[in-house]
Design a protein around this ligand. Structure first.
Ligand SMILES: NC(=O)c1ccc[n+]([C@@H]2O[C@H](COP(=O)([O-])OP(=O)(O)OC[C@H]3O[C@@H](n4cnc5c(N)ncnc54)[C@H](O)[C@@H]3O)[C@@H](O)[C@H]2O)c1
Length: 696
């Protein structure tokens, strides 16, 4: 008997259990086991009905995505579904936990579906750049309203069994507490009732799709909302086929579109990101079973922009957090911002008032540093000055309990020097949150020279608890993300010198897929910050050259959104950047003064220069061991810098272009304006020569 799909008979009902931990993924063996079970049930005259149920907490998480793009062994899921359709005995899917992707398609090919109250049902394939390829696009619009089916499949977001019941996707919800039985008991009772009442075999394939839809309008809407992603429009096309074609033709069309999508670079990129996210916590010299420290209480020092957001991140997951600042006023200002932030979410209907109150109650303000003596982790988010941070860490060393993790949110300072201000550098680690810290998913975890392995393991685990994507970075100026960003900034400013405008550069990169162009980003972050960094660079690394026009903007006090003017103009109270004629004139004047020749610059050049600058610096970072793997660098850009997911991150993107081509372009740039600033990374040169990729 199949171990992954054990078969049993109870009261005349065959029970086929999906048993492929952790999520009952529908790999080769499980598909074959299910088919065997169904055949056995069909052949046994003692069996009157059959139930499919998941072992463990879920029905099925769907296909094994590692099998995508590879030749699939038979039977594939459509074969199993065909057999389900042909069965002459009622077949019931008993859904607990979740039925996602292929898991839901398996359930859709059953005649009836019952579910536990909080179960999740969804077709998330779109998130991997593909579509439900085993009849999902054909069956879902036949059982629930077409518009809702489109919405479920183009968003990829699951619905709960309660909603599924209302829509008709689920036939009954099993209230386990009332009958104090199991889902299996209920499923057997349900199946026997179907038999006793001679209920028909409800094959979704024989139903008609429901609802009137204006497909032209729908396509326009979906195209607008899914720029760069190929799958949503294909999903709409498949649903249209479900309405207009017989089932088998519709399914053939679905298979073709699936086969096409699987081959696209965009889908490959999204699948890369999916795996990359699961890789970041794997650290070669820190095994997965490294014991971790308990983190039940947290403290944050500094109630400014970052401290407030970090405190919210703890409260959001139920960890009590003490927040301190030097003065009552600073503390009250910080708390007020937190309150406003939550209140805004409540107003938008995305948070219940009670939940806000519960979270606020977890945040305990104090001006007394002594209050954090029982914290398991202390995150420092004070002014970005080494003397201030070292002084504070000396104090923390006196106050914090033994074994507490002492974390710094510094963005540029040397974590090792901060650690050495204490007598316990092994407990010190960098936790580089991104602004707004309660929203942004990226968390760079900076491993100091003396950071203990269990401290690193605990901080990575904590990152996951805080619902972040923790990525390990070694100590260097700017860590992974900001160190790469400097090269991107550098190119964006050179492009101004050569004749491009901020709007043109922003437009090119935004059309390419960046969440926003660089100049819009500078205005958001504050042009005073970049100015400070450039001044520091001029002292520390005079060889690192910047285009000078940015300084003229900063000297005028045009700091961006916060001052109402920067690279763009802003109407009072608005964050919409408006192109500024005066700035264009200043730029032209500046170029004349500097004696720069301008030339037409294409969007393609803008994208290549800026994105290859990221990848090339990423290659240095990889080679130096600052990042553990190319996919970690990709995750940093995908989760912290608005890099388009369907391009997979800067390293993956360079891989898809071909490293030989990237290198050739860089060699071309070396002959152009400020060409000496380009230094192809030795790793890039080597991999390009060997025909290899950054992401193996
Ligand atoms: N702003 C960002 O986008 C960002 C992003 C990542 C990291 N960071 C880093 O986070 C840290 C904080 O930045 P921010 O933008 O929140 O600054 P901020 O100026 O908004 O807040 C700093 C807060 O620290 C308080 N403070 C100063 N010295 C203190 C001390 N000795 N004890 C207690 N409180 C003290 C100040 O009163 C202020 O409220 C810096 O190290 C910064 O580099 C900032």
């Amino acid at each position: 008997m199949s171990e992954v799909a054990p078969y049993a008979v109870r009261d005349g009902v065959a029970v086929i259990t999906l048993n492929n931990p952790p999520v009952n993924g529908l790999g080769n063996a499980l598909r074959a086991g299910i088919l065997q079970g169904l055949q056995r049930a069909e052949a046994d005259p003692q069996v009157k009905a059959a139930v499919l149920i998941g072992a463990g907490k879920a029905f099925s998480g769907g296909a094994d995505i590692r099998e995508f793009g590879k030749p699939r062994e038979k039977p594939d899921l459509p074969d199993v579904n065909d057999y389900q359709d042909a069965m002459q005995k009622p077949l019931v899917a008993a859904i607990s936990g979740f039925a996602l992707g292929g898991g839901l398609e398996l359930a859709l090919a059953c005649h009836y579906r019952i579910a536990t109250p909080k179960a999740q049902l969804g077709l998330p394939e779109v998130k991997l750049g593909i579509l439900p390829g085993s009849g999902g696009t054909q069956r879902l619009p036949r059982i629930i309203p077409v518009a809702k089916a489109v919405q479920m499949m183009t968003s990829g977001n699951p619905i709960t069994s309660e909603e599924a019941l209302q829509l008709g996707l689920v036939d009954e919800i099993v209230q386990l507490s009332e009958m104090s039985g199991s889902l299996l008991d209920a499923a057997v009772v349900y199946a026997r009732k179907l038999v006793a009442e001679r209920q028909p075999l409800r094959r979704i394939r024989d139903m008609r799709a429901k609802g009137e839809v204006d497909f032209k309008k729908l396509r326009d809407e979906v195209a607008r909302a899914s720029r760069g992603y190929p799958a949503p429009l294909e999903i709409v096309a498949c649903v249209e086929a479900a309405l207009t074609k017989p089932f088998d033709e519709g399914r053939k069309f679905e298979r073709e579109r699936f086969a096409h999508l699987v081959q696209t670079t965009e889908s490959a990129a999204l699948r890369h990101a999916f795996f990359a996210e699961r890789q970041t916590t794997k650290i070669p010299d820190v095994p997965e079973d490294t014991p971790t420290r308990t983190v039940k209480k947290a403290a944050v020092i500094g109630a400014g922009t970052m401290g407030g957001g970090i405190a919210m991140s703890f409260a959001n997951v139920g960890i009590p957090v003490t927040i301190t600042d030097t003065t009552r006023e600073a503390l009250e200002r910080g708390l007020q911002r937190i309150r406003q932030n939550y209140a805004g979410t409540v107003q938008k209907g995305r948070l219940k008032q009670e939940e806000m109150d519960r979270r606020m109650a977890l945040i305990k303000p104090s001006t007394d540093l002594g209050e954090l003596r029982d914290a398991d982790i202390v995150v420092e988010a004070v002014f970005e000055r080494m003397d201030v941070k070292q002084e504070l860490f000396r104090k923390l060393d006196e106050i914090a309990k033994p074994g507490a993790i002492l974390a710094t949110n510094t963005s540029t300072l040397d974590v090792n020097k901060i650690a050495d201000a204490t007598r316990r550098p092994q407990d010190v680690v960098g936790t580089h949150f991104f602004s707004p810290a309660n929203v942004m998913r990226l968390l760079e975890v900076v491993r100091g020279a003396k950071t203990a392995k269990d401290v690193l393991a605990t901080t990575m685990k904590l990152g996951k608890t805080l619902k972040k994507v923790p990525v390990v970075s070694g100590v260097c100026d700017g860590f992974i993300g900001n160190r790469m960003l400097e090269k991107y900034v550098q190119q964006s400013l050179f492009l101004l010198d050569e004749g491009a405008t901020p709007q043109q550069i922003d437009g090119a990169l935004a059309r390419w897929g960046m969440a926003m162009g660089p100049f819009t980003m500078y205005d958001m972050a504050g042009n005073d910050i970049g100015w400070e960094i450039r001044k520091r660079r001029a002292r520390e690394r005079p060889d690192f050259v910047y285009g000078k026009f940015a300084d003229r903007i900063a000297e005028k006090g045009w700091y961006g959104q916060k001052s109402g003017r920067g690279w763009y103009r802003y109407e009072p109270g608005s964050r919409t950047p408006i192109p500024d004629r005066e700035l264009d004139d200043m730029l032209a004047q500046y170029r004349r003064e500097m004696g720069y020749q301008t030339r037409p610059i294409t969007d393609e050049e803008i994208v290549e220069r800026c994105i290859y600058a990221l990848a090339n610096e990423g290659a240095h970072i990889l080679e130096e061991g600052i990042a553990l793997r190319a996919s970690d660098i990709d995750m940093v850009y995908l989760t912290g810098y608005g890099f388009p997911p369907y391009r997979g991150g800067p390293m993956f993107y360079a891989d898809t272009v071909g490293l030989d081509k990237v290198l050739a372009a860089i060699e071309r740039f070396q002959k152009g304006y400020q060409g000496s600033q380009w230094k192809p990374a030795p790793l890039l040169v080597r991999l390009a020569k060997e025909g290899k990729r950054f992401n193996p």
